[in-house]
Design a protein around this ligand. Structure first.
Ligand code: NAD
Length: 262
C-alpha cells in the first residue's frame, strides 16, 4: 500500500486510542509520521521504533501541549523541518470532562475548549501556508457524534465538537479552489482510555462490572451496541486522503453505530 508514500502526516494525540489507530492506517499507506501526545520516554521510543519497523516509514514525535498555541506552531514547524513537508494534518487530540453546567469548573471548561477546539485553529493556521505552497493537503478534524447532538453534563465537549464542525466548513470553503480539503469525522463510542474512564465512573456509581457498564453505556446511545474501532476510523481517514476523497469538502462524516440516526 503506497498511496501516501513520500507524504508526511501529523496526527495530534496519536500516542493512544483513535489517533494511534489513524496514524497506523496512514503509515500503512506509506506516510511518514509525526506523532504527538503524552507518554513516558520509553513508551514513545518503543512506539516510534515499532511503527517504523512495521510499516517501513520514518516516525518522529512532538510532545507539544495542544493547549498552548506556541507549542502547536513549533510542532508544525518541527514537522516541516524534519520531513520537509506536512501533507496530512489530523486534529485528533481531545479530553473530556463530565459535570453539570452550574458546577462545571472554569479551568476544565478552558482546557476542553483549548485542546478540543482552539488547537484545531492553531495547527490549521500553521499548516496551511506549506500545503498551499505545495498545492496539496488533507486536514481531517476528529469531531464526534457530540458535534451534531448534545448530551447532558458535557457542555464544554459538545460546544467544542460543534465548533470543530463549523471551523471545518470555513477552512473547506477557504480552500475550495485548491487541492487541499478539510473534513470532519464524527465517531460514536470508541473503546479508548477516554471512554474507559466514563465506563469506570458508571460501574462505580451503579455497582456494575466493567462489561455491564460498557453494555449500558452503548445501549443508552449507540443502536449497533458495538464500539466503533480506531481501525474503522483510520480506514475513513485513508479514504479522505485518496483521490476518491478529493472533492469531499467541509463534510461531517458520522461513524457512530447509528447514534445520530435516532
Ligand atoms: P485518548 O484519551 O485515548 O487519546 C487522547 C490522545 O490525546 C492521547 O494521545 C493524549 O496523550 C493526547 N492528549 C491529550 N491532551 C493533550 C494535550 N494537551 N496535548 C497533546 N496531546 C494531548 O482519547 P480518544 O478516545 O482516542 O480520543 C481522540 C479524539 O477522538 C478526541 O478528540 C475525542 O474527543 C474524539 N472522540 C472520541 C470518542 C470515543 O468514544 N473515544 C468518540 C468521539 C470522538
Amino acid at each position: 500500500m503506497t498511496a501516501l508514500k513520500g507524504k508526511t502526516a501529523l496526527v495530534t494525540g496519536s500516542t493512544s486510542g483513535i489517533g494511534l489507530g489513524i496514524a497506523r492506517k496512514l503509515a500503512g499507506q506509506g506516510a511518514d509520521l509525526m506523532l504527538n501526545g503524552f507518554g513516558d520516554a520509553a513508551y514513545i521510543a518503543e512506539l516510534r521504533e515499532g511503527l517504523a519497523k512495521e510499516f517501513g516509514v520514518r516516525v518522529a514525535h512532538s510532545g507539544a501541549d495542544m493547549s498552548k498555541a506556541a507549542e502547536i506552531e513549533a510542532m508544525v514547524a518541527a514537522t516541516e523541518a524534519e520531513f520537509g513537508r506536512l501533507d496530512v494534518l489530523v486534529n485528533n487530540a481531545g479530553i473530556q470532562h463530565v459535570s453539570p453546567v452550574d458546577e462545571f469548573p472554569v479551568e476544565r471548561w478552558d482546557a476542553v475548549i483549548a485542546i478540543n477546539l482552539s488547537a484545531v485553529f492553531h495547527s490549521t493556521r500553521a499548516a496551511l501556508p506549506g500545503m498551499k505552497a505545495r498545492n496539496w493537503g488533507r486536514i481531517i478534524n476528529i469531531s464526534s457524534a457530540h458535534g451534531v447532538v448534545g448530551s447532558a453534563n458535557k457542555s464544554a465537549y459538545v460546544a467544542a465538537k460543534h465548533g470543530v464542525i463549523g471551523l471545518t466548513k470555513v477552512v473547506a470553503l477557504e480552500t475550495a479552489e485548491t487541492a487541499i480539503t478539510c473534513n470532519a469525522i464524527c465517531p460514536g463510542w470508541v473503546l479508548t482510555p477516554l471512554v474507559q474512564k466514563q465506563i469506570d465512573a458508571l460501574a462505580a456509581s451503579k455497582g456494575l462490572s466493567n462489561e455491564e457498564a460498557g453494555r449500558e453505556l452503548l445501549s443508552e446511545k449507540q443502536p449497533s451496541k458495538t464500539f466503533v474501532t480506531p481501525e474503522q476510523l483510520g480506514d475513513l481517514a485513508v479514504f479522505l486522503c485518496s483521490d476518491g476523497g478529493a472533492n469531499m469538502r467541509g463534510a461531517s462524516l458520522l461513524m457512530d453505530g447509528g447514534w445520530t440516526a435516532q
